[in-house]
Design a protein around this ligand. Structure first.
Ligand SMILES: [Zn+2]
Length: 327
């Protein structure tokens, strides 16, 4: 829906999200051609899969119906139907399509040149990335929360799509691309404010987006990046970083403990759209299994947690979840 957006340069995420919804609805609701284009574009990053059999969907239905305190873990696979690629899917994930790799936390802190490259790319990718909208799966889960089905949801994604769809009993395990903070004084602002600050420092600078990553990163050439100025923290002059847990960094211990406690309180664990390759999410499935809780996995392709579950569905998240009824 990027083309339907009016410029929104500041304000909290919730306000921005509301503006996006209102404007999108007003300008696009009646435009069937654009809807069709969007639906085609949004399948670009979804791996090939088979439709789930009635038998498997019934088993998942039973799993969900039986649970009174359901814990859900989501990963990049839930957002591919919103037009955001994942990292690892065969053929369509970022690693399969590109040599582009996420920046490591230690490199970001150490190297000014790398931060220049990072922010230039993030600046170009932001207008497209930030206006991505929740898809069927996000909307089903926010509805489940409203109806008391979900005890807690933890997401490995930084795209804020669960919040945009209305989920609130949610922890963003790896932070959010919609916030920026200072490594020196912890000054924090919305990512939109950072966009304004970059524009102010780089009048006339322009580059086209080539390829987007799950965190909004895009590829640019060295020539395109030369001359790009990175704003320092307006409070202390320190290094500004998206409030995202970069590769090579750890999720803060209080957050991990908080999520472990929510897992303990739950009675069933459902993984949606994650290969569980990253330890930060994997540990919670492992914990649930150690506590004897049933685990179900909905993900296109095998996962590192398959050994914990006899119920695995390798189909599109949205196609399966829309077939589950809350009883
Ligand atoms: Zn600062």
């Amino acid at each position: 829906m990027a083309r339907c957006l009016v410029p929104v340069s500041s304000g909290r995420l919730a306000e921005v999200s509301n503006v996006i919804k209102i404007v999108s609805t007003r300008l696009c609701a009646s435009n069937e051609v654009e809807k069709l284009e969007d639906s085609v574009r949004n399948t670009r990053f979804v791996p090939e899969s088979k439709e789930a059999s009635e038998e498997l969907v019934n088993k998942l239905q039973h799993f969900i119906s039986k649970s009174r305190r359901l814990f859900i873990l989501t990963g990049a696979g839930i957002s591919t139907e919103s037009g955001i690629p994942d990292y690892r899917s065969e053929g369509v994930g970022l690693y399969a399509r590109s040599t582009n790799r996420p920046v490591l936390y230690s490199d970001f802190v150490k190297e000014a040149k790398l931060r220049q490259r990072y922010w230039a790319r993030n600046f170009v990718g932001w207008p497209t990335f930030s206006v991505r909208q929740p898809n069927t799966s996000h909307n089903v889960l926010s509805e489940w929360e409203r109806r008391g089905k979900i005890h807690w949801l933890v997401t490995q994604n930084v795209d804020a799509l669960h919040f945009k769809s209305g989920s609130r009993r949610t922890t963003e395990l790896h932070g959010s691309a919609h916030r920026v903070h200072c490594l020196g004084c912890d000054w924090t602002s919305s990512r939109w404010k950072m966009q304004e600050m970059i524009e102010g420092l780089n009048p006339g600078w322009h580059a086209e987006e080539v390829e987007m990553a799950p965190d909004g990163d895009v590829q640019l050439s060295t020539d395109q990046i030369a001359g790009f100025q990175v704003p320092p923290c307006p409070n202390c002059g320190g290094i500004l970083k998206p409030q995202i847990v970069f590769f090579g960094d750890n999720v803060a211990r209080p957050i991990v403990e908080f999520v472990h406690n929510r897992v303990k309180e739950s009675d069933a664990f459902l993984v949606i759209g994650s290969s569980l390759e990253v330890f930060s999410g994997y540990r919670f499935v492992h914990a649930a299994d150690s506590q004897g809780k049933p685990v179900a996995i909905l993900n296109i392709g095998p996962t590192r947690g398959d050994k914990f579950s006899n119920l695995r569905l390798h189909s599109r998240c949205g196609d399966v979840l829309r077939r589950i009824k809350l009883l």
